[in-house]
Design a protein around this ligand. Sequence first.
Ligand SMILES: Cc1cc2nc3c(=O)[nH]c(=O)nc-3n(C[C@H](O)[C@H](O)[C@H](O)COP(=O)(O)OP(=O)(O)OC[C@H]3O[C@@H](n4cnc5c(N)ncnc54)[C@H](O)[C@@H]3O)c2cc1C
Length: 376
Amino acid sequence: MNTPHVTIIGAGLGGLTLARVLHLHGIPATVYEAEPAPTARTQGGMLDIHDYNGQLAIEAAGLMDEFRGIVLHGRQAMRILASDGTVLLDKPDDGTGGRPEVQRGDLRRILLDSLPGDTVQWGRKAVGTRSLGDGHHEVTFADGGTITTSLLVGADGAWSRVRPLLSDATPEYTGMSYVETYLFDVDTRHPAAARAVGSGSMAAPATGGKGIQAHREKGETIHTYVVLREPLEWFAAIDFADGAAAAARIAQEFDGWAPELTALITDGDVAPLLRPIFTLPLGHKWERVPGVTLLGDAAHLLTPNGEGANSAMYDGAELGKAIAAHPGDIETALTQYEEAMFPRSVEFGSIGAELHDLDGDDAAAGLIKLFTENGD
Ligand SMILES: Cc1cc2nc3c(=O)[nH]c(=O)nc-3n(C[C@H](O)[C@H](O)[C@H](O)COP(=O)(O)OP(=O)(O)OC[C@H]3O[C@@H](n4cnc5c(N)ncnc54)[C@H](O)[C@@H]3O)c2cc1C
């Protein structure tokens, strides 16, 4: 028996890694992606790719050389600042860390470039899925089209349309939101903020679980996540369409902080973007349902801890290898994949959990411990 054509919903890092590993094993797959084109949205954000999950996935995808070509050298540097700007930790990137930083968009591009041109169908948003029995499923798209498949993989992120075939779980608001800002040409236009952030990442935690985290991205861009713990209604009262007013309101929460830190909020070159953080319960799992599975955020949406994209890629690689290892026996492949993935998602999802509930000085001390003891 041959391995069936694999239907993947979602061309994020997880879905594309799966498609690539399948391709290396000669197994055909089609990825249906809601976005109209690869360039439809800035893929924003820098990701550190870990040697215990993300890099193993890249290796399985046969893309290590391409990966080395997109690594942003020097970006593993880490600074921890107090709210008054005092530098509590300044750890340079000495090139020995196991977490090279890349732009998410660059990583997605090398995966896309490694696939046959017709693998991804853009502008195909799945709006419904239903079981046809006997391990077969139907997917309906927003354009009215439908497909049927005997091997369906939900790689469609937090709000997966495939997940309901397996589980009733839906993401819940964590009580925490990020507000993202971007500063461009920082060395010339925002030098004080550029010095505060340094050449890699900077974290300035505070009481109440709030704080400011920033990364120096490709070129002279600083991308900031302002972390706030407020109910959704609190954010709804802020008019994010009025960028300057929204930035000023968010900065009020950091009244008295060093100006080079509040500048990361008030001097943004684009309007601040609200990103409420939702999660699935840690340990989310389901009973085996023939012909369908999930990977990445669709399976285990985590509180951001630097593991989500790494985990999604690792899932994609592991699922691809499991399918290739069991030609003609998809159920064994999916069972083995899920049996390993469920405990792994708890393991990766728990990393850094001890930091989530720490406040101010304790959070700073916890971060310093993390970055000095782990050696990376
Ligand atoms: C603010 C923030 C910062 C983060 N920082 C990090 C970090 O530093 N390191 C890290 O490892 N992780 C990080 N994460 C987590 C990481 O972004 C996710 O875990 C990761 O992107 C999950 O990958 P995925 O492929 O499962 O899903 P996604 O990246 O969400 O990809 C899903 C894809 O499916 C498509 N799609 C969605 N719905 C449909 C549909 N109905 N039909 C068709 N296509 C659909 C989407 O357009 C998308 O292309 C962060 C998350 C947040 C919110």
